[in-house]
Design a protein around this ligand. Structure first.
Ligand code: KG4
Ligand code: ZN
Length: 334
């Protein structure tokens, strides 16, 4: 069964074909980062318009790479949410229309479920149950995964996502968007311990996160340091340590609380080298293992949507022609 997956929830346009035992036949991502860079964040209307422009060519390209034509497809999956309403509508409209035109079964997919389960179709997937840490520009959450489709959200951000905190800090430090890689690079030049920022919500029980206060702390530190490059590097270092330490503390807590032996990290912030280092130390001390998807599947992609769609279609889920998108869609509601 060849399932076409389409992702358009934020600022990446993506298409992929997943074919069950034959695996992933092709996937492609177009990032809009350059279009939004001047604004320091994603502009929803620009995102929607660019999805309209890029999606048809991307789908044709992926089918070509896979050596397939539209007639070889057996199903279509798209990201139904969570995400930007207009951006989601572009992918949903395209996907549902294609399925209708070819008489194919169609299914909407939860973006976060895609992220959390992306490793299942990679070589050497971690066994379930496990705990997943999802850290991206839009989400920060810890999820207990009992099995495919069985999730319990253990904790999530009550305000900014971890990636968002990196992006906002980058802006305060005059660094380009997306902020994560830029802050990480500058942090490497910082003096350890020169700037210490709070580890929000680690001093009380629970697994929720709050990162919006950190940007205020960064703002104050920037005002104190002035424009000095070493001063800014010290702030970047202090900020990264605060985020990484906070994530590590909550991961350890989540693993211990659930008695889990495995932690999976997904989402763009999962690319952070310092986070990898810190979680390895944590895992060794706590007696659990940490698993990362390949870098290209860590960030937004359609392979995870095609795979999750495949599983859902196999399980008998179908969406009719009265399709909707769900910009806010709790994972627990699946
Ligand atoms: O998963 P993703 O590509 O897109 C979604 O938000 O869904 O995540 C993007 C986020 C951005 O906020 C970016 O600043 C952050 O991931 N990011 C990083 C790094 N690379 C990307 N944050 C910290 N360190 C990195 N190396
Ligand atoms: Zn995402």
């Amino acid at each position: 069964m060849n399932v076409l997956g389409i992702e358009s929830s934020c600022d990446e346009t993506a298409a992929a074909v997943y074919a069950g035992s034959a695996g992933l036949l092709g996937h492609a991502v177009h990032s809009q980062v350059a279009d939004h860079a001047a604004y320091g964040g994603v502009v929803p209307e620009l995102a929607s318009r660019d999805h309209v422009r890029k999606l048809p060519g991307l789908v044709a390209g992926v089918l070509g790479d896979a050596g397939l034509g539209p007639a070889d497809l057996d199903g279509v999956a798209w990201t139904r949410g969570p995400g930007l309403p207009g951006a989601l509508m572009v992918g949903a409209g395209f996907a549902r229309s294609l399925a209708w035109a070819r008489g194919l079964p169609a299914v909407g997919v939860h973006h976060t479920q895609g992220h959390v389960q992306v490793q299942l179709f990679e070589p050497d997937p971690p066994a379930m149950p496990l705990v997943a840490l999802l850290v991206s520009g839009g989400h920060t959450m810890l999820v207990q995964v009992a099995d495919f489709g069985r999730y319990r959200v253990l904790g999530e951000s009550v305000d900014d996502a971890a990636g968002e905190a990196f992006d906002k800090t980058a802006r305060l430090l005059d660094l380009p968007y997306p902020g994560g890689p830029a802050v990480a690079r500058l942090a490497a030049e910082g003096t350890p311990g020169a700037v210490r920022l709070p580890r929000p919500m680690t001093d009380r029980p629970g697994l929720d996160f709050s990162f919006s206060g950190l940007k205020t702390a960064v703002l104050h530190a920037v005002q104190e340091a002035g424009g000095d490059r070493q001063g800014r590097a010290d702030i970047a270092h202090g900020f990264q340590e605060a985020i990484v330490e906070t994530l590590a503390i909550k991961c350890r807590r989540a693993v211990r609380q659930t008695g889990s032996a495995r932690l999976v990290v997904a989402g763009g912030v999962g690319a952070n080298a310092r986070l990898h280092e810190r979680l390895s130390t944590e895992a060794e001390a706590g007696g659990f293992t940490v698993h990362y998807p390949s870098l290209e599947l860590c960030t937004d992609n359609a392979a995870m949507i095609a795979y999750t769609g495949y599983r859902r279609l196999q399980a008998g889920y179908r969406d009719g022609l009265d399709f909707t998108v769900r910009p806010r869609w709790p994972l627990a509601g699946l």
